[in-house]
Design a protein around this ligand. Structure first.
Ligand code: NAD
Length: 432
C-alpha cells in the first residue's frame, strides 16, 4: 500500500518506518526542512533503540521517502496518517492549531479519494472537525478513522511491530477493512483489532494514559504515607502487585511522571471534562499529586542541607523523562534542576542520550554537562538519581567514595539497595 505520514516525530517516524518494514511505500512529510534533510542522509532526529538501522535500510529500498512536499506524497498515496504534535495549550487544554492547519493543507493538496487516519492524541470530536475542514475546502471524497497510538518511547519499535491492540474508530466498513489489511502483518491474532466508533477511539487513548498516570500518582501518595508511618513502599509494592487484579506494572513510587503524553493528556482530559460540564475530581488530583511529587527530592535535599544551597554541588544522573529515550518534555529533571539552581546550587549532569535536548530547556551558567557518570561526582556534595537508566543501576561504591565530597545519595527511583548504608552511605529514597 502507498501511505503518507504527516509529522515525522516520535510517533510518525517510528510508525512510518514500521509500515515501510512491512513492504509498504511510505512518504514521511514534515514541515521541518532540517529534520527531513538530515533523515535523507540517515541522520535520525530522535533516539529510539533499533530505529536508525531500520530507517536507513528502508530508505535504501525506496520504501521510506522523506519529503517536505505534501502534494508529492498525496499524489502517490491514498491513506494519510496525521501524527503531528498536540501540545498543551496555555489554558491547560489541547492546542489543536497544528492539527487544523494540517487538515487545511490536506484539503489544498488532495486529488483523489483517500482515508484520513488520525494517530495524534486528540480530544473527542476532533476527527469530525478534521473531516469538516477538509470537506469545506475540497470536493475530493474522504473517509476518516481514529487510530490512536500506544507506543512507549524507549520501546517504540517493539510496541509498533507487536502491538497489544490496534484501536480503529470508524463508522465506515471499507475504512476498517483497509486498516485491518494494513495492520495485518503486525498481528498474528485478529483479536488484537478493537473496532469502535470514532469518539470512543479518541477517548480510549486519553483514558489509557489517565489510568496509567493515576496508578503512578496513587503509588506516590502511598509512598508519602509510608514515609510518615515507617512502612516501606517497596515491600508494599511487592505485597500488592502479587494480587493479579492489581499486577506489578506502573506501581513504582518515584519523583513523578513526565514525558510528552501523561502530563498533557491528563490535563487535556480534565479540560474536555470541564468543557462538558463535569468536574473530574480524581483526574485533577492525579495531576496535582504529580506536580507535588516532582518536589519531593527537593524537600529531602533542603531538609538535609537547608534552604540555601549555594556553595553546594549536586551530581545528577539522568535527565530524560524515562530510560531509553532522549525526550525531556515535562521531565521531573526540569523541575528538580531548576529548583536546585534557584536555591544557589551548582549542578553537574550526565545522561546517556538527553543532554542536548535538556540544554534547550534550562539555560544557566550553574549547570555543567559531563560525558561520564562518574565525572559528575567529582567534588559533588551528593548524587541525585532522577532517571533509572540501566547503566546507573550498579554502583561502584569505591568510585563514589573517592569522588563525592560527602557520601550522600538521593535515589529518586528507589533503585539502590538499603545495604549500601552499611558502607557508610547516607541513602534517601522515596517512601522507604
Ligand atoms: P513530535 O513533536 O515528536 O513530532 C511532531 C512532528 O510534527 C514534528 O516533527 C513537527 O515538525 C511536525 N509537524 C508539525 N506541524 C506540521 C505540519 N503542518 N506538517 C507536517 N509536519 C508537521 O510529536 P510526537 O511525540 O510524535 O507526538 C505526535 C502525537 O502522537 C501527539 O498527539 C502525541 O500525544 C501522540 N502520541 C505520542 C506518543 C509518544 O510517545 N511520543 C505516544 C502515543 C501518542
Amino acid at each position: 500500500m502507498n501511505l503518507t505520514i504527516i509529522g515525522v516525530g516520535y510517533v510518525g517516524l517510528v510508525t512510518g518506518t514500521c509500515f515501510a518494514e512491512m513492504g509498504n511505500k511510505v512518504y514521511c512529510v514534515d514541515i521541518d526542512e532540517k529534520r527531513i534533510n538530515n533523515l535523507k542522509k540517515g541522520i535520525i532526529p530522535i533516539y529510539e533503540p533499533h530505529l536508525e538501522t531500520m530507517v536507513i535500510d528502508n530508505q535504501s529500498k525506496n520504501n521510506l521517502i522523506f519529503t517536505t512536499n505534501l502534494k508529492e506524497a498525496l499524489d502517490d498515496s491514498n491513506i494519510i496518517f496525521i501524527a503531528i504534535g498536540t501540545p498543551e495549550s496555555e489554558g491547560g487544554g489541547v492546542n489543536l492549531d497544528f492539527i487544523f492547519t494540517v487538515a487545511k493543507q490536506i484539503a489544498d493538496n488532495i486529488t483523489k479519494e483517500s482515508l484520513i487516519v488520525t494517530k495524534s492524541t486528540v480530544p473527542v470530536g476532533t476527527n469530525f472537525k478534521i473531516k469538516e475542514i477538509i470537506n469545506e475546502n475540497s470536493d475530493v471524497e474522504i473517509h476518516i478513522a481514529s487510530n490512536p497510538e500506544f507506543l512507549k518511547e524507549g520501546a517504540a519499535i517493539d510496541d509498533c511491530l507487536h502491538p497489544d491492540r490496534i484501536i480503529i474508530g470508524s463508522e465506515d466498513i471499507k475504512s476498517i477493512e483497509i486498516l485491518k489489511e494494513l495492520y495485518g502483518p503486525f498481528v498474528s491474532n485478529h483479536d488484537r483489532f478493537i473496532i469502535m466508533d470514532v469518539k470512543s477511539a479518541e477517548m480510549t487513548k486519553y483514558v489509557a494514559n489517565a489510568m496509567l498516570a493515576t496508578k503512578i500518582s496513587f503509588m506516590n501518595e502511598m509512598a508519602n504515607i509510608c514515609e510518615k508511618t515507617g512502612a516501606n513502599i517497596q515491600n508494599v509494592r511487592l505485597g500488592i502487585g502479587s494480587d493479579k487484579r492489581i499486577g506489578y506494572k506502573y506501581i513504582y513510587a518515584g519523583c513523578g511522571y513526565g514525558g510528552s503524553c501523561f502530563p498533557k493528556d491528563v490535563k487535556g482530559l480534565i479540560n474536555t471534562s470541564l468543557e462538558n460540564g463535569y468536574i473530574p475530581s480524581i483526574l485533577s488530583m492525579v495531576d496535582e499529586v504529580n506536580e507535588a511529587q516532582k518536589m519531593v527530592l527537593i524537600d529531602k535535599i533542603t531538609n538535609r542541607f537547608g534552604h540555601d544551597l549555594s556553595n553546594l554541588t549536586f551530581g545528577i544522573w539522568g535527565l530524560s523523562f524515562k530510560p531509553q529515550t532522549d525526550d525531556v518534555r515535562s521531565a521531573p529533571s526540569i523541575t528538580i534542576v531548576s529548583e536546585l539552581i534557584k536555591r544557589g546550587a551548582r549542578v553537574k549532569a550526565y545522561d546517556p542520550k538527553a543532554i542536548e535536548n535538556f540544554k534547550c530547556e534550562i539555560k544557566s551558567d550553574n549547570i555543567t554537562y559531563v560525558d561520564s557518570k562518574y565525572d559528575v561526582l567529582d567534588n559533588a556534595d551528593a548524587l541525585i538519581l532522577i532517571t533509572e537508566w540501566k547503566e546507573f543501576r550498579s554502583l561502584d561504591l569505591n568510585e563514589l567514595s573517592k569522588r563525592l565530597n560527602q557520601k550522600i545519595i538521593f535515589d529518586g527511583r528507589n533503585i539502590y539497595p538499603k545495604r549500601i548504608e552499611d558502607e557508610g552511605f547516607e541513602l534517601h529514597q522515596i517512601g522507604c
